[in-house]
Design a protein around this ligand. Sequence first.
Ligand code: GAR
Length: 238
Amino acid sequence: MGYRGLGLLYSMQNNFPIVVLLSGRGSNFRALTQRLSDAHICAVISDRTEAPGLEFAREQGIKTFAFARQDFPTKIAQKEAIYSAVDSFKSKLIVLAGFMQIIEAPFVERNLGRILNIHPSLLPRHPGLHTHERALEAKDEEHGCTVHFVDAGVDTGPVVAQAATKIAPGESAEALAGRVLALEHDIYPWAVSHIARGEISISGREVSYSVRCRAEADGHGFRIGREACPQAAGSNGA
Ligand code: GAR
């Protein structure tokens, strides 16, 4: 049996199916396919038919679905189609990997604690777009990325983990973006795998970690709990 066959067999044995939503290049999705453990990606869903991440998913033999805006009379009709497709997989976790759409509150509410996002800043600093440029403009000493559960706000959900890096003197936004993206590729599969193993869990807005998970986070240099986001209500201490 080849490597792909073994991977397929393994993925059928673990019972933590996840659905990935993406809009573009899909490098975080690619990192998930390479580094995830104890979870398997059952589908990749996009709001853009031409998203390069979809092509990579097809090459990996993962089911893909695209719902382009022009195929629907309204934006909300497009989003409802995306949500129906996500629901149809009854996945344990919905993983946003560069999905550049606001998720409507009713979908969030019926999936509370089951939607995960990665954002390229150390939240609560720099929610929204152009985070690398804004970190430089603000003369931040450090920058990084945040894995968080999604709530009804924009980049306001309970923080799971952060990876930080010092901003180098004179660093360009492109160079900083590249360094942060490499951190994203480490921390996102790590976080999803630990959620799949039950070593990271959420109750209300409170994120909890197993002792082993805390030690591992420390070893990787990831910030979790209050260390990650002191202002976040309900994050329990690391
Ligand atoms: C990543 O940097 C991700 O953090 C960001 O989009 C990029 C997607 O890259 N997401 C957001 O800004 C969401 N607010 P990728 O398609 O190569 O994974």
